[in-house]
Design a protein around this ligand. Structure first.
Ligand SMILES: [Zn+2]
Length: 594
């Protein structure tokens, strides 16, 4: 087998017969089965007893497992090579079939809501014990549902209302271009390309890229401010209509968390902005600066090594890292390479970026990335393998319904995997410069998720407060709120270009319709994983089964219950402080390299 074959997926395991005609036929059969299911159950869910409810949910899981392979096959084949006709064809069939499947399924959630609002006690019936948490989540939504006509009207009005604002921001941003001089040559770059210069090793270029982009963005302040104001104000209207307690309630329900937990989390961040500032000041020192400019926050270390890793070396590093943590986990990660569940070859027509797709029926996963041999690529493997470990554990213990991982927990296995790789690398490398580079990149990525993103949480809250007070938010007023949130985080640790007050204008997530507070799950995941890692360091082997049980539980319990089962109370600041303590330990190691 050639190196490139060895780095390409073997998708044949997903299906009984590895033939496009067969795969297409199976996807169409799935739609037919779902239609039969709908014809049998539509209008009847509201009168099911607990035993019948279990049978229905169990049948949905069976359908899911039976037809998962062909659906996953069609999606993965297309991601790996979009130029191949057979892949394009299968993906087309996948899209139509998946839409038809979901349309036939849509009544289930609506009718489950009706059943649970009439008979909330059914949740506690032992017959549905396995699905208890899924049902509890629906029970939480029930009081905020409106009548069917109102829900329909909202969907219809949103399309040209809040969704239109959201699309306007996205389309406008995507159509902007920016003129910048690179190596003596004037270039005009689209937004998606010029932001790549933010991480250039050339300090002046980083600074100019920021200036050019934000000067451009600031000129369109009427577009951004009208859009963001409308999206946020629309949410406040929905808060009242749906009787959510606060602008955050909807996100608590969606993320399966509660106010107590998120308050403790955010309080911990606020109390520890000093730790972040300490790191930023040390990073300034490492770059030979008195103070970081905002254009230096994610700058690479000047000594960034060009060391290249072969696929075999990367495999060994990653498998060893997981092996050191736990033999069984290491064995599974080795299997990911051995069975060719990693598509890492670089090829034309391949989707960019990286992801890990769970294969529930096969109790495994498939990873896609484009491996060029940089240390960043080795980390990408470690990250995606962490998702795979989650999948190996979760699919062995849970049905598909109980493995729908919410955003607070989704990145736990993956971020933990990156720390395991960091530990292996730090144990091997004695070059001070290389240690410095690795630590800086670990600290930068944690700091962005935990601290920089927290600034966005504060900003979002300040926006709702201002609108509720009746304040008219034009571009400048919004920029003032952003600067206030930013200063609370960064203090005097960073020097900001004046034009950076327009930072909020580009951030797509702020404008997304009906998707509020997308931000704190990143803070949650960052701090949670660091806390877990700290506990692993303290407890050693005793911690391993706890963490595995946590991942194996999938979505069968809330994050709060999951953590409690392994002995942690995530509603306390004491728990979250463990994560900060781990961050500070890495800062100490970084300081030693200076
Ligand atoms: Zn991830």
């Amino acid at each position: 087998m050639t190196e490139s074959e060895n780095m390409s997926w073997d998708l044949s395991q997903l299906v009984k017969v590895d033939d496009p005609g067969y795969i297409e036929e199976r996807m169409k059969a799935a739609v037919k089965e779902m239609e039969d299911f709908r014809d049998r159950y539509r209008g009847k869910i509201v009168s099911l007893n607990a035993k019948q409810l279990f049978e229905m949910l169990d049948e949905l899981d069976r359908l899911n497992l039976e037809y998962e392979g062909p659906f996953v096959y069609a999606q993965l084949a297309y991601s790996a090579d979009m130029n191949k006709d057979v892949n394009k064809h299968l993906f087309g069939v996948f899209r139509t079939s998946a839409t038809a499947f979901m349309q036939s399924y849509a009544f289930v959630d609506l009718e489950l809501g009706a059943l649970l609002s009439e008979n909330p006690n059914i949740v506690n019936d032992p017959a549905v014990a396995e699905y208890k948490h899924k049902l509890e989540k629906i029970v939480r939504e029930v009081p905020h549902m409106l009548s069917e006509e109102v829900e329909q009207a909202i969907i219809a009005k949103d399309e040209n209302g809040v969704r239109a604002w959201s699309n306007l921001q996205g389309d406008w941003l995507a159509s902007r271009t920016y003129q910048i001089e690179i190596d003596g040559e004037m270039k005009r770059l689209p937004y998606g390309e010029i932001i790549g210069l933010y991480e250039s090793p050339d300090r002046d270029l980083r600074r100019r890229a920021h200036e050019v982009v934000y000067e451009g963005l600031s000129k369109d302040d009427i577009v951004w401010s009208s859009a963001i104001r409308s999206v946020f104000a629309d949410h406040l209207k929905m808060v009242k209509m749906r009787k959510w307690e606060s602008p955050m309630t909807q996100s608590f329900i969606a993320n399966d968390v509660d106010e107590e937990t998120i308050t403790a989390l955010m309080n911990t961040i606020e109390k520890n902005v000093g730790a972040y500032r300490r790191y930023l000041k040390l990073k300034a020192k490492a770059l030979g600066l008195d103070v970081l400019g905002n254009w230096d926050i994610y700058a690479p270390m000047p000594t960034e090594s060009n060391k290249k890793y072969s696929w075999e070396e990367a495999r060994k590093l990653n498998v060893d890292s997981y092996m050191t943590f736990d033999k069984e986990s290491g064995g599974w990660m080795n299997e990911m390479y051995e069975r060719r569940h990693m598509d890492a070859a670089v090829r034309e027509g391949k989707r960019s970026g990286a992801f890990c797709a769970t294969w529930h029926a096969g109790e495994s996963a498939y990873i896609l990335q484009s491996f060029n041999g940089t240390i960043g690529d080795v980390y990408t493997s470690a990250h995606e393998l962490g998702h795979a470990l989650h999948a190996y554990l979760g699919t062995r213990s849970q049905k598909p319904t109980n493995y729908e991982i919410g955003s607070c927990i989704a990145e736990c296995g993956s971020n933990f995997g990156e720390l395991l790789l960091t530990e292996t690398l730090l144990g091997k490398i004695d070059s001070n410069e290389e240690r410095k580079t690795i630590l800086a990149s670990v600290l930068d990525s944690f700091a962005e998720g935990a601290f920089q993103v927290s600034t966005r949480v504060w900003f979002e809250t300040a926006m709702y407060e201002a609108i509720e007070k009746g304040k008219y938010l034009d571009g400048n007023a919004i920029s003032d709120l952003w600067v206030e949130a930013r200063t609370k985080m960064y203090g005097d640790a960073v020097e900001w270009l004046p034009i950076m007050r327009w930072w909020w204008t580009f951030k797509l997530h702020f404008y997304m319709a009906n998707y509020r507070y997308y931000n704190y799950p990143y803070v949650f995941a960052g701090l949670f994983v660091y806390a877990m890692y700290k506990l692993y360091k303290e407890q050693g082997e005793a911690f391993v089964p706890k963490f595995k049980a946590f991942l194996a539980a999938g979505s069968s319990k809330s994050p709060r219950e999951l953590a409690a089962e392994i002995g942690f109370d995530i509603t306390t600041e004491e728990f979250w402080q463990k994560g900060i303590d781990q961050f500070s330990e890495f800062i100490d190691l970084f300081e030693e390299t200076l």
